[in-house]
Design a protein around this ligand. Structure first.
Ligand SMILES: [Zn+2]
Length: 146
């Protein structure tokens, strides 16, 4: 599917609004080797637009797992829930770090469904890289507004 052109000024505002980190795993750009990506909260394939209100920042791992998904399944209730919406919802209301800092734990049905859909507790590359961030003292991030 061809991507719509997103004006540079909109891209700049989205990066700033997202705090220059992934909206799902909170990976900050300054410790990620690849560029974070502008993602469509409602994917184009699911009828989303490239309006600024539908754009956020994600790392390639989270964006790749998210793909065209808009919902996930809460593993506790087996019910579908909309994925976490980083533009309108607070990360800390829906997620926490595991005690060792490696994994993201869902606190709510939306959080659990998003963890499952985006592999936030299981992507092997993310877990390995995060283990080095922990060893370096870079992770988990200090609690902050999200
Ligand atoms: Zn991420």
């Amino acid at each position: 599917m061809p991507r719509e052109h997103i004006p540079a000024e909109v891209v700049r505002r989205v990066w700033a609004a997202a705090g220059i980190r992934c909206g799902y795993c909170l990976a900050p750009q300054h410790i990620v080797l690849v560029s974070l990506e502008i993602e469509h909260l409602v994917p184009l394939a699911a009828g989303g637009t490239s309006d600024e209100s539908n754009l956020w920042l994600a790392c390639p791992i989270c964006n790749g797992h998210k793909s065209s998904k808009t919902t996930g399944t809460d593993p506790i209730t087996s019910q579908p829930y909309p994925l976490f919406h980083p533009r309108t919802q607070n990360w800390h209301d829906h997620f926490a770090w595991s005690d060792d800092g490696l994994r993201i734990v869902g606190l709510t049905p939306t959080g659990r469904a998003t963890v499952a859909a985006l592999h936030l507790d299981s992507d092997p590359i993310a877990l390995e890289v995060r283990s080095y961030w922990i060893a370096a003292g870079w992770h988990p991030p200090a609690a902050q507004q999200s």
